[in-house]
Design a protein around this ligand. Structure first.
Ligand SMILES: Nc1ncnc2c1ncn2[C@@H]1O[C@H](COP(=O)(O)OP(=O)(O)OP(=O)(O)O)[C@@H](O)[C@H]1O
Length: 363
């Protein structure tokens, strides 16, 4: 499988990025981290807008930067599509001309994406003859993505493409980004500090703090890192679980999801049976009970669990990493931890107070 390998060390007067990536170039990689952690700097290095003095960058067989050989391929020859926070369309051109700009820049023998394909995928047929300054923010971003796609990029960089949009426009554009990956199979690096966007879109996540990638991998693994749990926020996600729809129980207003032989109930939604979805669970919504799952409880979501690891969260709470067929973190009080005599290897039951579904997720 094609890999993306990058090593950058960039020093500004008050900031240093020291980032290393070596991962499959497939699906959507989210760069996530607090403001000022270096996400944009990293993307600029990937794009070739920022030249890291001793940098190295390779996508598959293409080496775009290797300073040990004084090799630095400029952005115009990197086969990279870059979409910024603001769409940066050409205001004097129509939508069609903005799109064709990207298309014509690419030599015909390298074109792998057709105008018709992009227009259909982004739902922009009716906009083609419009001027760009009259378009809504969401429409403008779709055109910007289309223009980038029509350069037939081997890598698409989306730097907070939704941050200037309101909630409704965000919801409008997210499915198009999901389609990008599904239908075009172009690896995407997606910068965001919105956890919600990342849960909806990402297959992998790189978590940045103070210029360093402190964790990278599939979402379920990164959110299970106890050493990062405090850094992930006051009420962090304890589990990201890929599930399929198993059954509906409309008489109870419930839909049953399954994963690795376990079940999770969520409020009824008319999904197709077998449809892949993603659920996420806050670590504060997981409580623990000694012994195997019992039916004598009002709690519907009871998962068989094994304690894997335990870490102090703060003075009064502990994070407990569980194996429920996938990683899941429970945040419990220190008092309960002492009372239950928790230790690695202990088998018990995890009660899930609430599980939320992430809509329209890619498989
Ligand atoms: N050209 C530059 N010269 C000096 N400092 C810079 C330059 N570009 C970025 N920085 C600094 O580097 C740090 C990281 O910035 P960067 O934009 O990469 O962070 P970010 O994680 O993308 O932040 P945000 O989420 O707010 O966009 C910041 O402190 C910023 O001020």
């Amino acid at each position: 499988m094609t890999r993306l390998i990058a090593r950058f060390d960039v020093a500004y007067p008050d900031f240093r990025l020291q980032a290393e990536l070596d991962m499959p170039a497939a699906g959507i990689l989210a760069l996530f981290g607090p403001s000022g952690s270096g996400k944009t700097t990293l993307v600029r290095c990937l794009a070739g807008l920022e030249r890291a003095p001793s940098g190295y960058l390779r996508l598959g067989d293409d080496v775009w930067q290797d300073e040990s050989r004084d090799l630095y391929v400029p952005i115009s020859r990197r086969s990279i599509g870059y979409v910024f926070q603001d769409a940066r369309l050409f205001p004097h051109l129509s939508v069609r001309s903005n799109l064709m700009y990207g298309f014509h820049r690419t030599p015909s023998q390298l074109r792998r994406v057709s105008v018709e394909q992009v227009v259909e995928m982004l739902g922009i047929e009716s906009l083609l003859d419009r001027r760009t300054h009259k378009l809504s923010g969401g429409e403008q971003q779709r055109i910007a993505i289309g223009r980038a796609l029509l350069t037939s990029p081997r890598l698409l960089l989306l730097d907070e493409p939704l941050s200037s949009l309101d909630g409704e426009r965000k919801r409008e554009i997210l499915p198009f980004i999901q389609r990008l990956y599904r239908e075009m199979q172009i690896p995407i690096v997606y910068v965001s500090h919105s956890l919600n966007e990342i849960l909806q879109l990402a297959h992998h996540i790189a978590f940045l703090r103070q210029g360093k990638i402190v964790a990278v991998g599939p979402l379920s693994e990164v959110f299970a890192r106890l050493d990062l749990h405090q850094a992930l926020g006051p009420n962090p996600i304890g589990g990201v679980i890929d599930v399929t729809v198993a059954a509906h129980e409309p008489e109870f207003g419930l839909t049953r999801l399954q994963f690795n032989g376990q079940s999770l109930y969520v409020p009824f939604r008319p999904f197709d049976i077998g449809e892949p979805l993603r659920a996420h669970i806050l670590s504060s919504d997981v409580s623990l009970m000694l012994g195997p799952p019992s039916v004598d409880t009002s709690i519907l979501n009871r998962l068989e669990a094994t304690v894997v690891d335990i870490k102090e969260a703060d003075q009064s709470t502990m994070d407990v990493l569980l194996d429920v067929g996938c990683p899941l973190v429970a945040r419990i009080t220190r008092k309960s931890f002492v009372h239950l005599h928790l230790k690695p290897g202990l088998k018990l039951t995890a009660h899930i107070k609430a599980a939320a579904l992430v809509e329209g997720l890619t498989e």
